[in-house]
Design a protein around this ligand. Structure first.
Ligand code: NAD
Length: 494
């Protein structure tokens, strides 16, 4: 079995305190071996990033921008290859893998505009003969810690802006599907990025803790589950670092009685079951308002019948397997427990049969879900759609606002006034109006509220430029030495 290397200072390094398998979820077979980094290996990567920092900081903005223009071309040309890597380790279908690469490209395109993004401000004559200007300087070595579910897009959310701002990076991707990060590091190098600016280490808690505790790492970007996000936030903040830690989700889609029910059902099915529900912006709860619930549930159930679930490399497949056997068992346990929690299982994904040993499960639809049940409260992260029935819009918004998570949410309606009210009062970071998965385009930033994000900076887009830079304000005067005198008063402007 081939071993997946770390990338440290431009070198491919094979090292591991121990080795673990990387599976193909569609076959259930181990296909690669991954070295889990020791403290020493992570420290080498931090040292490589630290060593590259003075050179990269000094590199002109034009030369930095060139790397991103080149990278954009390379990513476009090599999309089929990279998508195949994603599908083989994550399991999502090839078209979905290409889709995540396209969304990641938006972050590369944003970073190509770094000359504009890093512009400071200048004010002339703030006091007589005194000017002030501000500049944005890199924070230093940045750590990027990423989840399994978007092995290309989420690393690009972080590393594109971090590198554009003049920082150097240690990327610690998910140990479930790590090859895409190595491929991305290779493309960055081909695009002209000097060695040591982007380093990749594979590992687990040991690697993460080494990054969190290192005095040389100045900022932490994390995306993953909520318990780990909270841990990362607290430990990094206690160590004096800036940190953004994006966590889990339970995204609600309200369907109003006036909505087009066919369009709503199409949207619910696409957003609940795409990528086997392993998206942090997946719709996992439909909130049916008023008397449309029976018809809506019927339309969703009708559409489910035709979904093709299979190996992601088969162009006919619309949905692939889950990431691990444990994930499959966990997801299915929620469906198994639904009836005891008072819900009605309309479609039971456990009944779908699959040949072979892949980590497949069928799609499930569960109606009459109670808001105090585990099915409702937990992030399931699989192809399970819960339906909660409410009488009024107000009740629907209230349950969303009371939920622990506040990542994305959506409303389906033909009433502009209701949509506007929803936008005004709903407690979530990203809102879709007749859009079920409102992931912001790369020129805006992405982030949730409540337990979906710890920290105050959203990720990628304009907020990432603030996160990855420190501002410096310079006050200047060129006085006539003849007018100089001692003055112990506090400088005031005149
Ligand atoms: P995860 O939290 O298990 O892992 C994320 C990263 O943390 C990985 O790199 C992993 O190696 C590391 N990690 C795991 N356990 C750790 C520990 N005890 N200490 C330190 N580091 C540890 O998440 P996952 O299963 O890979 O990804 C799925 C989760 O990510 C879901 O909860 C999903 O909602 C969330 N997610 C959120 C967003 C968002 O933007 N809010 C986007 C994508 C995924």
């Amino acid at each position: 079995m081939a071993r997946i290397p770390h990338v440290i200072g431009g070198e491919k390094v094979e090292a591991g305190e121990r080795y673990q398998a990387v599976f193909n979820p569609a076959t259930g077979e181990a296909q690669h071996e991954l070295g889990i980094a020791s403290v020493e290996t992570v420290e080498q990567a931090i040292a490589a990033a630290q060593a590259a920092l003075p050179m990269w900081r000094k590199t002109s903005l034009t030369k930095r921008a060139d790397v991103f223009f080149n990278l954009r071309q390379l990513l476009k040309q090599r999309t089929p290859e990279l998508a195949a890597i994603v599908t083989s380790e994550h399991g999502k279908v090839l078209s979905d893998a290409a889709g995540e690469i396209a969304r990641g490209l938006e972050n590369v395109e944003f970073a190509s505009g770094l000359l504009h993004l890093l512009k400071g401000e200048r004010d002339e004559q703030v006091s007589t003969g005194v000017d002030v200007h501000s500049i944005k300087q890199p924070v230093g070595v940045v750590a990027a810690i990423t989840p399994f579910n978007f092995p290309v897009m989420v690393p690009l959310w972080m590393i594109a802006s971090a590198i554009a701002c003049g920082n150097t990076v240690v990327l610690k991707p998910s140990e479930r599907d790590p090859s895409a990060s190595v491929f991305i590091a290779d493309l960055f190098r081909e695009a002209g990025l000097p060695d040591g600016v982007l380093n990749v280490v594979h590992g687990d808690k040991v690697a993460v803790d080494t990054l969190l505790d290192s005095r040389d790492v100045k900022a932490i970007s994390f995306v993953g589950s909520t318990p780990i996000a909270k841990y990362i936030y607290e430990r990094a903040a206690a160590n004096g670092k800036r940190v953004q830690a994006l966590g889990g989700a339970k995204n609600h889609m309200i369907v109003m009685p006036d909505a087009d029910l066919n369009m709503s059902a199409d949207a619910a099915v696409s957003a609940a079951y795409g990528s086997a529900g392993e998206r942090c912006m997946a719709v996992s709860v439909v909130v049916a308002v008023g008397d449309i619930a029976d018809e809506l549930v019927g339309k969703i159930a009708d559409r489910i019948k035709d979904l093709k679930i299979g190996d992601g490399t088969d162009p006919a497949s619309e949905m692939g397997p889950l990431i691990t056997k444990e994930a499959k068992e966990r997801v299915e346990s929620y469906v198994a427990g639904a009836a005891a929690e008072g819900a009605t299982v309309v479609v039971d994904g456990r009944e779908t049969e699959f040949a072979g040993n892949g980590f497949f499960t069928g799609v499930s639809l569960v109606d009459h879900v109670k808001t105090d049940s585990k099915m409702y409260l937990d992030e399931i992260f699989g192809p399970v759609l819960a339906v909660v029935r409410v009488d009024t819009y107000e009740e629907g918004v209230r349950i969303i606002n009371e939920h622990q998570f506040g990542n994305g949410t959506a409303i389906f309606t033909r009433d502009g006034g209701v949509a506007r009210q929803f936008e005004f009062e709903v407690e979530a970071g990203m809102v879709g109006i007749n859009v079920p998965i409102p992931v912001p385009v790369g020129s805006f930033s992405f982030g949730g509220w409540k337990d979906s994000l710890f920290g105050d900076a959203h990720i990628y887009g304009p907020e990432s430029i603030n996160f990855y830079t420190r501002s410096k304000v310079v006050t200047t005067r060129w006085p006539n030495p003849d007018q100089s005198k001692v003055d112990l008063g506090f400088p005031s402007n005149s």
